[in-house]
Ligand binder design. Structure first.
Ligand code: ATP
Length: 360
């Protein structure tokens, strides 16, 4: 509809299953046209349930789901302009690759010429143009998943739902396929709704991410927003590595607020959420944003308790005053050595702007 730029809108969607399970609890999500939108959260948070509601395999207990502005409650799955790719490619083993890709088109009653043309285009899109005559058993896992993408894209759905489609592949292939999938989305202009519990996958591919927990949407935003400005403890913890330091608000001044951990240890932080002076709060600190320096170079001093080599750098556990220990990610020297040794005293600089005060 003209008034809506949204591809999908979930309005107050609740889904209860028999046995008192509330899989979704008043979920509001708007997915824009042509965007790569990811539902991210731990196992059991309700992401697959939301996908299945959009696909029409389940119906909401309450609330409604709109597709391009129209309520789709009455539309059965096969009448929705939506297609799904699952974790396991589910190709028909007795059919060739080309027959698999053409299957949906045959069901739609397309002509043989049209099917042949679309199959060719779809296979070219996923770089499988030369594989049409093969059977699925003659393909690698990654190639089979590409064919599954081609099959799902062939009928030109308005929305493609992807339920952890990369999780059956090994790490290297999964990483390579992330880029391909993103390119596929951009080239086709189809709205992708991607489900994953892998935060790195979500951060690298998505235009926007909905972070979910226990049937609720915790935050919706671009990868940069959810990483840099998590709204609460759950999001900060689930996305990336985070140190949580407890303290009390000493000064409230927007970007220059101060949280005191104890004598000689205060953190300058950005206010995030409604607070008043004296409130006890958590401050989230990303390990790569804390800086380690030679002793005396900063006002805060700590002791290196542990050093873990992680290839691109070293993660140090640094003991600070008042029983606080933080993890710090530091780049190694050119020869691959860590800069500090266990037991060494270091200066710890927590730059203003590196810390986020959390609402809960
Ligand atoms: P995963 O990553 O493990 O697939 P998820 O975030 O996709 O998890 P859902 O599959 O949506 O989670 O499940 C959400 C909750 O609803 C879980 O507690 C699950 O056990 C429950 N659930 C899902 N389907 C049903 C069903 N058909 N009957 C009863 N409970 C269900």
């Amino acid at each position: 509809m003209a008034e809506s730029q949204s591809a999908i809108e979930a309005r107050g969607v609740t889904k209860e299953f028999a046995g008192g399970v509330t899989a979704l609890d008043r979920v509001f999500v708007t997915i824009r046209e042509n965007e790569f939108f990811t539902l991210l959260g731990p196992s059991g948070c309700g992401k697959t349930t939301l996908l299945r509601l959009i696909a029409g395999f389940e119906y909401p207990t309450e609330g409604e789901i709109l597709l391009h502005g129209q309520d789709i409650a009455h539309l059965p799955p096969d009448k929705r302009p939506v297609n799904t790719v699952f974790q396991h490619y589910a190709l028909f083993p007795h059919m060739t690759v080309a027959e698999n890709v053409g299957f949906g088109l045959r069901m739609l009653g397309k002509s043989a010429a049209e099917i042949a043309k679309t199959v060719k285009e779809s296979l070219a899109l996923v770089k499988m143009a030369d594989y049409g005559a093969r059977k699925p058993s003659q393909l690698s896992g990654g190639q089979q998943q590409r064919v599954a993408f081609a099959r799902a894209l062939a009928p030109h759905p308005k929305v493609l739902l992807l339920d952890e489609p990369l999780s059956a592949l090994d790490l290297k292939l999964r990483q390579a396929m992330r880029g391909e999938l993103k390119t596929l989305q951009r080239e086709t202009g189809i709205t992708f709704v991607f489900v994953t519990h892998d935060q790195e996958e979500a951060l690298t591919m998505s235009d926007r991410i909905a972070v979910m927990s226990a049937g609720k949407v915790q935050q919706i935003g671009a990868p940069h927003d959810v990483y840099e400005s998590p709204v609460n403890h759950f999001v900060a913890d689930f996305i990336g590595d985070t140190n949580f330091v407890e303290g009390q608000i000493e000064k409230l001044a927007g970007d220059e607020s101060i949280v005191r951990v104890g004598e000689g240890f205060a953190i300058e932080t950005r206010l995030n959420g409604p607070h008043k002076t004296g409130d006890k709060v958590s401050v989230a600190l990303r390990p790569e944003k804390i800086m380690l320096k030679m002793p005396g170079a900063a006002s805060l001093s700590g002791t290196v308790r542990d050093a873990v080599y992680v290839g691109t750098g070293t993660t140090y556990a640094v003991a600070l005053p008042h029983g606080v220990t933080v993890n710090v990610r530091d780049l190694n020297s050119l020869s691959g050595q860590g800069r500090f040794a266990v037991g060494e005293t270091v200066s710890v600089d927590i730059p203003a702007g590196a810390a986020r005060m959390l609402a809960d």
